[in-house]
Design a protein. Sequence first.
Length: 377
Amino acid sequence: MTGRERILKTLNHEEPDRIPIDLGGADVCRISFKAYKRLLNYLGIENDNIKLGNLVAQTAKLDNRFYNLYEIDVRPIELSNSSEWELEIIEEEDHYWFIDEWQRKWKKPKNRGLYYDIVTFPLANQSLSDYKWPNPRDTSRFRKIPEQFEKYGENEFAMVVPRGLGNGFLQMGAQLYGYERWFTMLAEVPEEVEKFLNKYYYFKKSFWEELLNRFGDNIDVVCELDDLGMQTAPWISKEMYRRLIKPRQKKLFSFIKEYNVSLLFHSDGAIFDFIPDLIETGIDILNPIQVSASGMDTALLKKEFGKDLVFWGGGVDTQRVLPYGTPEEVKAEVKSRINDLAAGGGYVFSTVHNIQSDVPPENIVAMLEAYQEMAEY
């Protein structure tokens, strides 16, 4: 089977010839630039021309040598920058910084800095009515998509758009207003929150309309993301979610699915109690299955929601086991998660989150070897 056939069968909750695998495709199924460089060196593959795939997360753009070596089934369809904004990274004495098209300022320390973090929130000190939104219909973002389709070949791999324009409703509010102000607004001035959410809904709808009208026939999965959970509990109450976030998600996701694509929803954290609501919004796939968060037991998730959801991720804990375990512990973890999630189809193997820079190459190889040992149905 081709990678695309394998993914499509899995999305239909059927067992293909083997469990499909994604590394480098969907959002947070990536590898840190530093970890990827060490991995290629460990595998004896030249690593001088590695490109950065995600500036903020500092993940690598994987290449065909790695994809082919491990028979990865998914390929990402990446967006270009808007023609109305130009990236300029400024170097100062102890850090780098840039301002993105949303007017957020991001900063990364030079000394042992691993990611860029937001340090300035544009709506913290200006009104929503004065805010200048990026252009959601700027088609220059799509200028490199046709060559990506050509590069990956027709119907050979599943084509995934790793993320849309901007994060989810809850998370984007926090990233524009600032976390303290946003969560205070949620509790004290929900009418102001709703004004923002309504504007953001139409913004996101406009973006997806432009993209999917042009390329929807060639895309299999699109990703939307909104972190709803922390390590031990959700960010907000179920009542607040149902009143403010869920109705907008449902409208947006219903619109996206009119284009006959599958919808992957990403949320980290302890979100078990939110999953029935997420199913009602129309998501097809849940990612990344943070197995170390409270209540996110893979066997129970499969039992309770396996008929309604495809699980994409959850293959190995990236907080403790992958960076700090032995290769034998990594293999045992992978086999346990596959046993929990793969039966009957509806499972795409990947890590719980991006493989971070401190993960030794031996453990990445052990993960992939364990997957290969368990992959055949």
